[in-house]
Design a protein around this ligand. Structure first.
Ligand code: SF4
Length: 738
């Protein structure tokens, strides 16, 4: 039975602890009302809280608390499979370094235990003081793709409409901003078009800067399930795990991808393999693109890419064979680049010109990273106004104001600063207060040393809200707010193929930790704007509010009446306006009717000349190009959770390691497993060397999960998406005693 006794029903009520002050005066603290009762059962289901694959996990309960889990067999995403992180999803909840009480830095610089009442008052008082001294926009927030979208919506609404803050961004800027912008510009809305069945229905799958074997292992299993004897093409400087399983690996030079995709387009035009009828009916701008491509003959381009002319010709033939279903899939190799948006659009262009979109087994498909990055794209109220709306559009602002029953003047009419601009604002004293929620930015942000120095020396008040008090970011905080994690709260995630599914509270948060949802309500109450969120009193109530915000949008989900419907259906992909019916395998892709979201219904060809050089070129002092990326399928981002699992910890190296080609190592005099010094213009670190013939000479690879890595990375950004380019920094490596 779930939560049957009186104590447990209170746990349901707050998704949080039974501290005395909250117990006595729940209404006064704005904590919300009892949500709908969960049907008593021995198991329940929840979407996994790590990656955006969105596997469904069956959670087994004893006395109302989770004791174990197994992957759900009857769910259209994972079909009974889970990767190591999914199997171990419950372990991080029992970690001894969980934050269990609010902690406040005292005048001696030490962290002291505080009550929620005191912590929430401190939050309000300090941020209000900063706002009255320096202006409303001197406080900003940085959010996450790791919490349910009901929490994101509440956070974004409280910060922007309640606190009056204009600038807030999320860690999704580090992974998905490029795809968002590429889709918006090309299709008219941020809309990944695919369904996972496309992995099984393609004749040719092209993985561009993507390593699904370890980064999205369950998606890779869907590729393995493909019965069409597909060609699998990997474009990556490294011979990654996926490249080793592929039929074709094109080991390009780092950041030669944009040039290469234009060369492919050139060959397809030259060989008259374009789908004219699709182009005429459903696209615009092809004539200009056609002209532009004249400069991209493979003979001219090949030396820039690291591939031969015949490899480029072969690649172009493979992706344009008439009658074949071709799908392109990309992740961080494309997105984390100083020209990522145009690279993603070069892939989109290839799909448009060959008519490989809107049909089974096709598509220009960005694979998302975090479990709810897709939710953040619609509901975080950071880059977009709630529901994929535009802050600058008067009509959109009025629509959202009416739905939320707030004064339209409360809604900013300008876009937020992006993550890097917020950091720049800290550097030049425009931002003096920062609130970071569920992200370990002091580990993950590019050019880490400079960034953490800014946090330390420039901010007057830093609040970190997290499951752990021990993260690199939490250690810098003035106030730590202890948050419940996945498994300790309710809400919804949206996975990479746009499928909305629910997560459930199956464990009590430790100590006095509260769900982020309850923390936001508590803080809104302390800020004096609790009344604005009177109706936002349970996650499902917020779901209903956010649902209304999507009405008439491409992401319209007004046809989903409740969490119960989502659970019964096996998740539902957006769009799902009123009147939509689920049919067959519950798999839906976009653009089957050839209609895109621009006002004329056509997709756009967008392009511009690639940069002539890397953002940071190798030189005499820093002759290597540093690549970063996922290490193993057992590691997740900055490892705040995966390092808490005894099982996962056994599956990856504990110390930071660097992969390098054996010939490079021999030249420098470095042996396998020795510790070498790696340096860039920004810092230096030691790492254990793994000799890896999978590397190209002149390149090094560091997994991103280790705290040292971003001391080396070079801060350059895509001009359209403002996503940082983590993938190509100039570094040197030297033997231990040199
Ligand atoms: Fe969870 Fe992603 Fe692993 Fe599935 S593939 S179990 S969603 S981490």
């Amino acid at each position: 039975m779930l939560f049957t006794n009186k104590k447990n029903s209170l746990f349901r009520r707050w998704n949080g602890p039974l501290t005395k002050d909250l117990l006595q005066k729940p209404a006064q603290y704005g904590l919300g009302k009892t949500p709908e009762k969960v049907t008593p059962d021995a198991t329940t289901q929840s979407i996994c809280g790590f990656c955006a694959t969105g596997c469904n996990l069956k959670i087994h309960l004893k006395n109302g608390e989770a004791v174990n889990l197994s992957p759900e067999t009857n769910y259209p995403v994972n079909m009974g499979m889970a990767c190591p992180k999914g199997w171990e999803a419950l372990s991080p909840l029992s970690s001894p370094d969980r934050a269990t009480t609010p902690l406040l830095r005292n005048s001696h610089g030490e962290m002291e235990v505080s009550s929620w009442q005191n912590a929430s008052q401190e939050f309000a008082t300090r941020f209000k003081e900063i706002q009255s001294k320096y202006g409303k926009d001197s406080v900003a927030f940085i959010s996450t793709g790791q919490i349910p979208f009901e929490e994101m919506g509440l956070l974004g609404a409280f910060a922007k409409f309640g606190m009056g803050v204009s600038h807030g961004d999320g860690n999704t800027r580090q992974c998905m901003a490029t795809s968002v912008m590429a889709y918006k510009q090309s299709f008219g809305f941020d809309a990944p078009p695919y369904t996972y069945q496309d992995f099984e229905e393609s004749d040719v799958l092209v993985f561009c800067g993507a390593n699904p074997c370890i980064a999205h292992p369950i998606m890779w299993q869907r590729v393995v399930n493909n019965k069409r004897d597909p060609k699998i093409i990997v474009v990556d400087p490294r011979a990654t795990e996926t490249a080793q399983c592929a039929t074709h690996h094109y080991p390009i030079k780092p950041k030669a991808d944009l040039t290469l995709y234009y060369a492919l387009a050139h060959c397809i035009v030259r060989d008259q393999r374009i789908d004219h009828s699709y182009l005429d009916q459903h696209t615009q701008g092809f004539e200009e693109f056609f002209e532009f491509l004249t400069d991209y003959a493979p003979e001219k381009i090949a030396p820039k890419t690291g591939l031969s002319v015949s490899q480029i010709e072969e690649f172009a033939r493979l992706v344009s064979e008439p009658g074949k279903r071709v799908s392109f899939w990309w992740t961080m190799g494309i997105n984390q680049s100083y020209e990522g948006v145009r690279s993603a659009q070069a892939i989109i262009n290839l799909c448009l010109m060959t008519g490989n979109i809107g049909k089974p087994g096709t598509g220009a498909n960005s694979i998302t990273g975090q479990c709810n990055a897709m939710g953040s794209r619609l509901f975080s109220n950071t880059t977009n106004l709630l529901g994929g709306h535009d802050f600058k559009n008067d009509r959109h602002r009025q629509k959202i104001a009416d739905i939320l029953e707030i004064d339209v003047e409360k809604i900013p009419s300008e876009n937020s600063w992006a993550y890097d601009q917020i950091i720049e604002g800290i550097g030049n004293d425009k931002i003096k207060g920062l609130w970071i929620i569920a992200t370990n930015t002091a580990h993950s942000w590019i050019n880490q040393k400079e960034f953490t120095e800014k946090l330390r020396s420039k901010l007057e008040f830093l609040v970190v809200q997290d499951m752990y008090a021990t993260t690199e970011t939490a250690q810098l905080a003035d106030l730590i707010l202890p948050a419940a994690g996945w498994g300790e709260k309710d809400g919804c995630f949206i996975n990479s193929e746009r499928r909305i599914g629910t997560i459930k509270a199956v464990k009590r948060p430790p100590g006095e930790a509260l769900s982020d949802f309850r923390i936001f309500r508590l803080l809104a109450h302390a800020y004096g704007v609790g009344e604005m969120f009177r109706k936002w009193d349970t996650p499902e109530a917020v779901f209903q509010i956010l649902k209304k915000c999507t009405k008439g949008q491409p992401c319209d989900i007004t046809g989903i009446d409740s969490y119960k419907t989502l659970n019964k259906a096996g998740g539902i992909q957006w769009p799902f306006p009123v009147g939509t019916e689920l049919r067959g395998s519950n798999q839906r892709r976009l653009f089957e009717n050839g209609k895109f979201y621009h006002s004329n219904g056509k997709a756009r060809f967008l392009f511009s000349a690639p940069a002539q050089k890397l953002a940071e070129e190798p030189c005499k002092d820093y002759p290597f190009i540093l690549l970063t990326g996922r290490g193993t399928s057992s590691q997740w981002h900055t490892q705040t959770r995966t390092q808490s699992s005894d099982v996962l910890r056994k599956l990856y190296p504990h110390e930071v390691y660097v992969e390098m080609h054996p010939r490079d190592a021999e030249k420098i005099g470095i042996k396998d497993r020795e510790k070498a010094l790696i340096s860039s213009r920004r810092g230096q670190i030691y790492a254990q060397v793994y000799l890896a013939p999978t590397m190209q000479e002149g390149q090094l690879f560091l997994p991103m999960h280790y705290r040292e890595v971003n001391q080396l990375t070079h801060a350059s950004f895509d001009p359209f998406s403002r996503q940082p380019s983590y993938k190509a920094s100039a570094v040197n490596i030297t033997a231990p005693l040199s």
